[in-house]
Design a protein around this ligand. Structure first.
Ligand code: IPD
Ligand code: CA
Ligand code: CA
Ligand code: CA
Length: 266
């Protein structure tokens, strides 16, 4: 029998320790490289942090598999067994430019089912954590289930990219939603934006393309609180591929899907 409480305990200890290491890097010179384009950044700290988790997991749980953004884990073709999906720093651009508004995100799945989700806002020392069936916590505080709200009362996480000329979506599709919502925000870390829905700082989050490690932990938290996590078409998210992502409180998810997203071509 898998001891999930023990895995949860260890993962939380490791994420805090990794956070400490990241904080210590703040007064050292970063090695910054670019990946797919000039704005897609990666640093030596992203890589070191992923390697730190892999070292810990391999030592204690050699039969677990690891999917990590920076590629030091396994090359996975399926989600069979126990899989750790890790984003060592979500919001690298914020990490580099602001030294805040980034998080470590870890989702642990068994045969594709979310078991443990951890999102750690290192600078604010806010650890969002959940173990399936046991509620979602922000540090020691148990978060309440998500209530319904209307679009007119909702703050929606959305990047300005999607209402300007871009390759993925006609910008006029999302502008009515921006107009009708109470407000929009863009924090630059998908994991934090999902954690903010969990803690009711945001009501929904919409984006056209995310990788599995951006969302693996957040999905578990949102679903645990009664929220809904799908693609922009309302379809289930796939953790082996990139997805468009629409996360929301219940009720609001249906309203936005029907009034604003249903006829889109994504
Ligand atoms: C990025 C952040 C950002 C999102 C990008 C992601 P990274 O992750 O989550 O908010 O808009 O699509 O790639 O690269 O900083 O881990
Ligand atoms: Ca990245
Ligand atoms: Ca990310
Ligand atoms: Ca990252």
């Amino acid at each position: 029998m898998t001891n999930w409480s023990e895995i949860n305990h260890n993962a939380r200890e490791w994420i805090k320790e990794a956070g400490e290491k990241i904080k210590h890097s703040f007064n050292k010179t970063l090695v910054i490289q670019t990946k797919t384009n000039a704005n897609d950044l990666v640093t030596n700290i992203d890589k070191k942090t992923e390697q730190y988790f892999i070292g810990k997991i391999r030592a204690l749980y050699p039969d677990h598999k690891i999917l990590g953004e920076e590629g030091f884990g396994d090359d996975l073709r399926n989600l069979e067994g126990i899989v750790w999906i890790i984003d060592p720093i979500d919001g690298t651009m914020n990490f580099v430019h602001q030294q805040r508004n980034f998080a470590i995100s870890i989702g642990i799945y068994e045969d594709g089912i979310g078991k443990i989700g951890l999102i750690y806002d290192v600078v604010h020392d806010e650890l969002y954590h959940t173990q399936k069936g046991q509620g979602v916590y922000l540090n020691e505080l148990l978060l309440p289930p998500l209530k319904e709200v209307n679009v007119s009362e909702a703050i929606i996480g959305m990047n300005a990219t999607w209402v300007t000329e871009n390759t993925r979506i006609d910008p006029s599709m999302l502008s009515p939603l921006v107009k009708h919502a109470r407000g929009t925000r863009s924090y630059g870390s998908a994991a934090l934006e999902m954690a903010y829905i969990a803690s009711s700082r945001l009501d929904a989050y919409i984006t056209l393309r995310l990788a599995p490690w951006d969302i693996a932990a957040g999905i578990i938290m949102i679903e645990e609180l009664g929220g809904v996590a799908t693609t922009l078409k309302g379809e289930p998210l796939n953790l082996l591929n990139n997805n468009s992502v629409f996360i929301s409180r219940p009720g609001l998810h249906q309203e936005i899907l029907e009034k604003y997203l249903k006829n889109g071509k994504w």
